[in-house]
Design a binder for this molecule. Structure first.
Ligand code: NAD
Length: 357
């Protein structure tokens, strides 16, 4: 499988053009392009511009609607509850998190629940927004409207989505700590990237539809195995990741009546609900210089641990994404041929020649 390098600015301009032509506002298109390209720049191609063809299929099927508008159900500090109305996810979630950040800056803490947005992307993006506002944040997200794809611990079949979890800790005048992961051992989008590249995944990540271990990513995509039962991704950390996944489902959607994975009809949409807690660290320790030195001295202690392999240094959460951003900012973003041809086909539906970008 070959790939081509794309300039981040070109991909940004292309996505912005596609999203506005499809009927969303310039501001919505800007945020969607910014979010997706930043995901690629961060090394998370699973949540980058390769998602656009899926969004456009959802749009063509009438499941994702440009005129859908989120509705605030409760705006009373410290609580903010928004019904996302399956609106375009990235701008909807950004607005919810920015409103919660303002609430936490004013009152010290905010608890935000965004119910039923369309796919909101890379959850670390929202921990970064909170960190830029000087706030600690915790986010749990479920995935609905799709078939279950992650097996509970000890199960042969799926019951969860890839239910991601993100935590951000700002460092005054420094780079934040951003821990952000799917509760499956491999994000579903990373299996899609492997499928598009025509490569196997390592052992220990996927079960086939009979519950047997496999390295073929086709088993977690029904369109790739139309005559076979869908398989499952395994949770990370056995019972621990599976437990976190269950908690994410209940906190984000289950308690509040938003779509659970076993409830919403399965269509060409991806529905995410998000539960977040944002905390102003200056309420815990007002001395910013002390907070910075306490955090940085501990990170230095951790990073100084002897590596098992000198080529693989000890990192803090968020370091890897920052390093890849610097590298891809210079060299460009690699997109495999299959992903690029899917983007070109989606663009062509709106009369856009992606090769011109
Ligand atoms: P991953 O396995 O790449 O883990 C990423 C996290 O681990 C980051 O915090 C990173 O800084 C840290 N990390 C990576 N390598 C490290 C190292 N060597 N040392 C220390 N820390 C390290 O992430 P993933 O599980 O593949 O998830 C990818 C993305 O998919 C995430 O952004 C997640 O939010 C997103 N996601 C979204 C949805 C959705 O429905 N919206 C669903 C699942 C996942």
């Amino acid at each position: 499988m070959t790939y081509r390098l794309h300039r981040p600015e070109s991909l940004h301009a292309l996505v912005r053009e596609m999203v506005t032509r499809a009927g969303w506002t310039e501001a919505q298109a800007q945020e969607t392009a910014h979010h997706l390209v930043l995901a690629n720049l961060s090394g998370h191609d699973s949540h980058g511009v390769g998602m656009i063809p899926l969004y456009f299929t959802s749009l063509a099927d009438g499941n994702l609607k440009p005129d859908a508008a989120p509705v605030t159900k409760l705006d009373g500090a410290p609580f903010l509850i928004i019904d996302g109305q399956v609106a375009l996810g990235q701008p909807t979630a950004r607005e919810a998190v920015e409103r919660a950040a303002k609430m936490a800056q004013d009152g010290g803490v905010a608890i935000v629940n965004l119910l039923d947005a369309h796919h909101i992307g890379r959850i670390g993006h929202y921990a970064e927004i909170a960190a830029e506002a000087g706030l600690i944040s915790f986010f749990w997200v479920n995935v609905a409207g799709r078939p279950p794809i992650v097996a509970p611990y000890a199960a042969k079949e799926a019951r969860f989505g890839t239910n991601p979890h993100a935590i951000g800790i700002p460092v005054p005048d420094g780079e934040p700590i951003i821990l952000d992961f799917a509760t499956s051992r491999m994000a579903h989008g990373k299996a899609r990237v492997a499928l598009n590249k025509g490569v196997q995944v390592p052992p220990g990540y996927i079960l086939d539809g009979e519950g047997k271990p496999t390295t073929d990513p086709a088993h977690v995509f029904q369109h790739a195995i139309p005559d076979l039962p869908l398989g499952a991704l395994l949770p990370f950390g056995d019972h621990k990741g599976a437990g976190l996944s269950l908690i994410a489902e209940l906190l984000s959607a289950g308690l509040m009546g938003a779509a659970r994975i076993d409830e919403k009809p399965q269509k060409s949409w991806i529905i995410n609900s998000l539960f977040g807690v944002l905390i102003d660290p200056s309420r815990l320790e007002p001395d910013a210089a002390l907070r910075r030195s306490r955090t940085e001295s501990y990170l230095a202690f951790v990073r100084a641990a002897k590596p098992q392999d000198p080529a693989d240094p000890v990192l803090a959460p968020g370091d890897k994404e920052r390093a890849i951003r610097a590298e891809r900012g210079r060299a460009g973003i690699p997109l495999d041929d299959e992903t690029w041809s899917q983007i070109k086909a989606a663009a062509a539906r709106y009369g856009i020649d992606a090769e011109q970008f």
